[in-house]
Design a protein around this ligand. Structure first.
Ligand code: G3H
Ligand code: 13P
Ligand code: ZN
Length: 307
């Protein structure tokens, strides 16, 4: 099945109050693990490529790997640029076959974020490509940047932003952050704010970044086999499920993939120090990614059987 845009995926997710998983991909094993999970759960899938992933794998390689995955699949799949930093990169991805791009102008002054997002929308729209934008700051992986210093999305500004940019979906800041160290105190999201945004933008798809849950089993496994992943905390899964009931149609997961893959590889190396065939450790690592994604689809996102 050819790549699709998120349009129909999100329309249904919004109505039926579930979210589609947007999984970051960097290599073949990650793509395969996600696609196998999607196939077993009959779920729609968003494969997202960050600027860093594009640089690591090369745009042609990553797109061709995804095309290969599609040849063996009848799932609806979106190819999305995650956190596009500027117009040129969004343009390169639109020209290169992506069906959705994110332009992340959230670090810019409000007017500049609008202008940049608008520029990408004007290029993407006639080409049939979806545009996700971001308003508010979802913080990065730096340990000194805690969720409480995130600048949460202002609901009235969100309405103005969507109207003035024409973006198709919006990433909002309600307390999540990127990486494995999301909360110092209680893990909480600003649901009243989310509800206000949803009420002010009825029917409009919202996106939750920084939505990994950092499963304890992977943290424990990584640490038991020589890792040092101390104090890591993610978003509790019941909060993600709840967010899907408030217009959040896309939930981004990268860190949990990294943890599943790395914990599995660490375990393998400790248990098989004599092994050096990459297939021997990448096979169980791919299976770990698949199982993690499958469980997310089924138990957290609620998009099983929605392909
Ligand atoms: O939001 C960021 C994603 O986790 C991608 O991370 O830029 O290291 O590929 P990356
Ligand atoms: P996590 O770091 O929580 O997996 O977030 C990923 C993300 O938002 C990618 O854009
Ligand atoms: Zn993100």
């Amino acid at each position: 099945m050819p790549l699709v845009t998120p349009k129909d995926m999100f329309a249904r997710a919004y109505l039926e109050r579930y979210a589609v998983g947007a999984f970051n991909v960097n290599n073949m094993e990650i793509i395969q693990g996600i696609m196998e999970a999607g196939a077993e759960e009959k779920a729609p899938i968003i494969l997202q490529v960050s600027a860093g992933a594009r640089k690591y794998a090369g745009q042609t390689y990553i797109v061709k790997l995804i095309e290969a995955a599609l040849q063996e699949s009848d799932l609806p799949v979106v190819l999305h640029l995650d956190h596009g930093p500027d117009f040129d990169l969004c343009k390169a991805c639109i020209d290169g076959g992506f069906t959705s791009v994110m332009i992340d102008g959230s670090h810019l002054p409000y007017g500049e974020n609008i202008a940049l997002t608008r520029q990408v929308v004007e290029y993407a729209r006639p080409r049939g490509v979806w545009v996700e934008a971001e308003l508010g700051r979802i913080q990065g992986v730096e340990e000194d940047v805690a969720a409480e210093v995130s600048i949460y999305t202002d609901p009235d500004q969100a309405v103005d932003f969507v109207r003035r940019t024409g973006c198709d979906s919006l990433a909002i800041a309600i307390g999540t952050s990127h990486g494995a160290y999301k909360f110092k105190g209680d893990a909480k999201l600003d649901f009243p704010r989310l509800e206000t945004i949803t009420n002010k933008l009825p029917g409009f798809p919202l996106v939750l970044h920084g939505a990994s849950s950092v499963p304890q089993e992977f943290v424990d496994m990584a640490n038991a086999y020589g890792g040092k992943v101390g104090g890591a905390r993610g978003v509790p899964e019941d909060l993600l499920r709840k967010a899907a009931g408030y217009g959040v149609c896309k939930i981004n997961i990268d860190t949990d993939i990294r943890l599943a893959l790395t914990a599995s590889i660490r375990k393998f190396f400790v248990e098989h120090p004599e092994e050096f065939d990459p297939r021997s450790y990448l096979r169980p690592a791919r299976a770990a990614v698949k199982e993690m994604v499958r469980r997310k689809i089924r138990d957290v996102l609620g998009c099983s059987g929605k392909a």
